[in-house]
Write a protein that binds this ligand. Structure first.
Ligand code: IDP
Ligand code: MG
Length: 149
């Protein structure tokens, strides 16, 4: 089982898409193991998007992500990192496939509603950045024997 960090960005919250977005992951058989609704402190935003520092969209990105509350989550499942990225769709919603979250709900690369970790190392780093160990819940999902062979 793999874990990945997922965040519904401020536009997702403001556009009342929280329920619809979470539903996609539940439908796909992913398991929520952590979740919180929060404003993003500037320092956390800067650390989260550290790799983009210096890029032309960086300042706007930090402004965007700190502009309103977000929903931060950890999802668990087989191959969860790649699975979640597939469900989310490509960065630019104009190029995102229909059926993906960004493809179905968004129009612009600067307002793409959701973040998901892009690899094993990033997932580990982001989960530790956003959640304390005591905020991640280990539990058995009752339908697991029907979701996995
Ligand atoms: P990702 O979210 O699909 O992993 P990244 O390339 O890691 O995409 O970029 C992080 C975030 O920065 C994007 O989700 C998007 O919000 C923002 N971003 C990336 N490129 C642009 C751009 O060209 N204009 C505006 N915002 C951008
Ligand atoms: Mg990224």
């Amino acid at each position: 089982m793999e874990r990945t960090f997922v965040m519904i960005k401020p536009d997702g919250v403001q556009r009342r898409l929280v329920g619809k977005i979470i539903e996609r992951f539940e439908q796909a058989g992913l398991k929520i193991v952590a979740m919180k609704f929060m404003a993003v402190p500037m320092e956390l935003a800067e650390r989260h998007y550290e790799v983009h520092k210096g890029k032309p969209f960086y300042e706007g990105l930090i402004k965007y992500i700190t502009s309103g509350p977000v929903v931060a989550m950890v999802m668990e499942g087989e191959n969860a990192i790649e699975r979640v990225r597939t469900l989310v769709g490509t960065t630019d919603p104009q190029k995102a496939a229909p059926g993906t979250i960004r493809g179905d709900f968004c129009q612009h690369i600067g307002r793409n509603a959701i973040h998901a970790s892009d690899g094993k190392e990033t997932a580990e780093k982001e989960i530790a950045l956003w959640f304390g160990d005591d905020e991640i819940v280990d539990y058995n999902m009752d339908d697991e024997k029907w979701v996995y062979e």
